[in-house]
Design a protein around this ligand. Structure first.
Ligand code: CMP
Length: 232
């Protein structure tokens, strides 16, 4: 599994759904319409309910997308990393931002105004197909998350979340799959929709069985087969 560091910023941006249907010339032109944005670790890029007029592609670093309940509890929808896009829902379904975006690590992004997206989609029908594909993927994933909340127990959801983060951010080394998720235990709990205590208990149980090794803001998966099976 290649580490995100193995790719140049240019390659990362080109892997985003907006670009995948474009040839080199169109892709370079689209990049020129985009503006670089930096967000420091812990800073919020936008909040749920804000007016949104841009979408973003992550070039480096990680962001969390989440919502907060009236009584202040937080729920994380997803963690995004290099090559992933967000901030398009308020364009296709005009209205306020549907989630709050906060940097989990220092992050570099490229921003494209919604107006320009409309221009690109109109001129390049393949771009809309790619965007539709990504929206469909997200809906599929959201359905799965919903089903897991109803049918799966907390350890199962923790196992699945670690394997999912591992697929996107993991680096295979001799001693296992290193998943540097950069999340606190509280954030990991918000991602699986459970309390920190229950999530910690599940992680300690996996570690006791020799499936994982726990490190600060990272997990090393030693037995991928058993962990995947537990998350099924
Ligand atoms: P927008 O509503 O403009 O701003 C928040 C963004 O979070 C939204 O666009 C999507 O890009 C993203 N988002 C919202 N819900 C989800 C979800 N369930 N999974 C992944 N990303 C999401």
């Amino acid at each position: 599994m290649a580490s995100p560091k193995d790719y140049s910023d240019e390659e990362v941006v080109r892997s985003a759904p907006l670009f995948s249907a474009l040839d080199d010339a169109a892709s370079a032109s689209l990049r020129q319409s985009m503006e670089p944005v930096k967000v420091g670790k812990g800073n919020t890029l936008f909040k749920v309910g804000d007016i949104g007029d841009r979408l973003f592609v992550v070039v480096s670093g990680k962001l969390k997308l989440g919502t907060t309940s009236i009584d202040g509890r937080e729920n994380l929808l997803t963690i995004l990393g290099p090559g992933e896009m967000f901030g398009e829902l308020s364009l296709f379904d005009p209205g306020p931002r549907t989630a709050t975006a906060t940097a989990v690590t220092d992050a570099k992004l490229m921003a494209l105004s919604h107006d320009k997206v409309i221009g690109w989609v109109t001129e390049h029908p393949n771009v809309s197909l790619q965007l539709l594909g990504r929206l469909a993927q997200r809906l599929r994933r959201s359905n799965e998350v919903l089903a897991d909340l109803v049918f799966s127990d907390v350890p199962g959801r923790v196992a699945k979340a670690i394997m999912d983060l591992g697929t996107r951010f993991g680096v295979q080394k001799d001693d296992g799959l290193h998943v540097n998720h950069d999340l606190t235990q509280e954030e990991l709990a918000q991602l699986v929709g459970a309390s920190r205590e229950t999530v910690n208990k599940a992680l300690a149980d996996f570690a006791g069985r020799g499936w994982v090794r726990l490190e600060p803001r990272a997990v090393v998966v030693i037995d991928q087969e058993r962990l995947s099976k537990r998350g099924r």
